[in-house]
Design a protein around this ligand. Structure first.
Ligand code: BDR
Ligand code: CA
Length: 311
C-alpha cells in the first residue's frame, strides 16, 4: 500500500476523501494534518478525529496552520460547508484528541523516518507544507511525491474569476509549496469540475459506510445546494477525492508537465500560472521555476465510479 499523509481542512468534500483514504486497501494512511480553510483550525481537527473514529480507525491527527502565512484571514464561507464544516449535520462527540506534535513537525518526522517512501496529499490551503519545508528543507528530496488539490489552468477560479479556494486562502504558502522543486502533481479545477457526484452515487456510498455514511450523506445534501446555485449541477464536485483518484488511478486524468507559478497579490491573487515545458518565449525567470505535473482534464464519470466503488 502507498503510505500517505493527508493534509486537510474538513470540509464536506474533504470528508469524502478522508473516507476513501481510510477505506482504500492500497492506501496506508499514516496520519492526518489539519489546517484552517473551510473551517477554523479547531473545527478542522475535530472533524478529522471524528471521521477516523466513525470509521473505527485510530489514526494520528496533528493540528496545523490556524491562518495564512502573510495575508489577512477571511472568515470561512459557512454557506458552502456549513458552520461545522460538515453541512451543519448534527455530529456525535469525539473521544480522541490531536497528538502533541504540530502538523509541520509530524510531516518532517515521518518523511525523515521513511525517506523516499511517503506521499503528501494536501487538499486545503498549503500552510502546513510550507511550514514543513521551512522546518526542514531537506524533505524536498525525501518525499516520494506531493499531490495537491488546488489551482486551475484553463478552468478559471471558484473564489475569484481566476483563483481556486485552496490557493487563494494562502497564496504565499502555495507559492512556496508549488515551486519547492519536489515531485509534485497539481489536481485542480480543470480536473475536479469534470466530476459530478450525484445523489444516487451518494446513496450507494452511504449504504456502504455505516455511521460514517450518515455524516457523508448528511453533509453532502447541504453542499449539494451550493453547487446547484453556483454551477447549476445536481450533485457536488468531489474535489479532494480527485487528488486520491489521481494517486490510485492516474489513467483517469490527462496531465501536462510544465512550469508553475502562483500570483500572490493584486487581481490575480491566488491564480496558478502554467507554462508547458519547452514552450517558446519561456524566458529566463520562467525557465528557472521547477517543473511540475498538472492535471488538465479528467474522465469525470470514471473518477466518480472509482469513488463509489472504493466506498
Ligand atoms: C477546494 O476548496 C475547498 O472548499 C474544498 O474542500 C476543496 O479542497 C476546492 O476549491
Ligand atoms: Ca479541502
Amino acid at each position: 500500500a502507498t503510505p500517505i499523509i493527508f493534509d486537510t481542512d474538513p470540509g464536506v468534500d474533504d470528508a469524502q476523501a478522508i473516507a476513501i483514504a481510510l477505506a482504500h486497501p492500497d492506501i496506508e494512511l499514516l496520519g492526518m494534518t489539519t489546517t484552517y480553510g473551510n473551517v477554523e483550525i479547531a473545527t478542522a481537527t475535530h472533524n478529522a478525529l471524528l471521521l477516523a473514529e466513525l470509521a473505527g480507525q485510530d489514526i494520528p491527527v496533528a493540528q496545523g496552520a490556524a491562518m495564512p502565512l502573510v495575508k489577512t484571514k477571511h472568515p470561512a464561507p459557512a454557506h458552502i460547508h456549513g458552520d461545522n464544516g460538515l453541512g451543519n449535520f448534527e455530529l456525535p462527540d469525539v473521544r480522541g484528541q490531536a497528538i502533541e506534535q504540530n502538523a509541520a513537525q509530524f510531516i518532517v518526522d515521518q518523511v525523515n523516518a521513511r525517506p523516499g517512501e511517503i506521499t503528501l496529499v494536501a487538499v486545503g490551503p498549503l500552510g502546513n507544507l510550507a511550514a514543513a519545508l521551512q522546518l526542514d528543507p531537506s524533505i524536498v528530496g525525501k518525499v516520494k511525491q506531493v499531490v495537491i488539490m488546488g489551482g486551475s489552468v484553463k478552468e478559471g477560479g471558484n473564489v475569484t474569476p481566476v483563483a481556486e479556494a485552496n490557493i487563494f486562502n494562502d497564496p504565499h504558502a502555495a507559492s512556496r509549496t508549488l515551486t519547492a522543486g519536489w515531485p509534485l502533481t497539481m489536481v485542480g479545477l480543470d480536473a475536479t469540475h469534470r466530476c459530478v457526484l450525484g445523489p444516487a452515487d451518494m446513496e450507494k456510498i452511504a449504504a456502504g459506510q455505516g455511521r460514517l455514511g450518515e455524516v457523508l450523506a448528511g453533509s453532502y445534501h447541504f453542499y449539494r445546494k451550493f453547487y446547484q446555485s453556483a454551477l447549476g449541477i445536481d450533485g457536488c464536485c468531489p474535489h479532494d477525492s480527485c487528488a486520491l483518484a489521481w494517486l490510485m488511478r492516474p489513467d483517469l486524468f490527462t496531465t501536462a508537465r510544465g512550469h508553475l507559478s502562483v500570483a500572490t497579490d493584486g487581481l490575480a491573487e491566488g491564480q496558478t500560472l502554467f507554462a508547458p515545458e519547452g514552450r517558446p518565449f519561456l524566458g529566463e525567470r520562467w525557465s528557472r521555476t521547477p517543473l511540475v505535473e498538472v492535471c488538465l482534464n479528467a474522465d469525470g464519470q470514471g473518477v466518480v465510479d472509482w469513488i463509489v466503488d472504493t466506498l
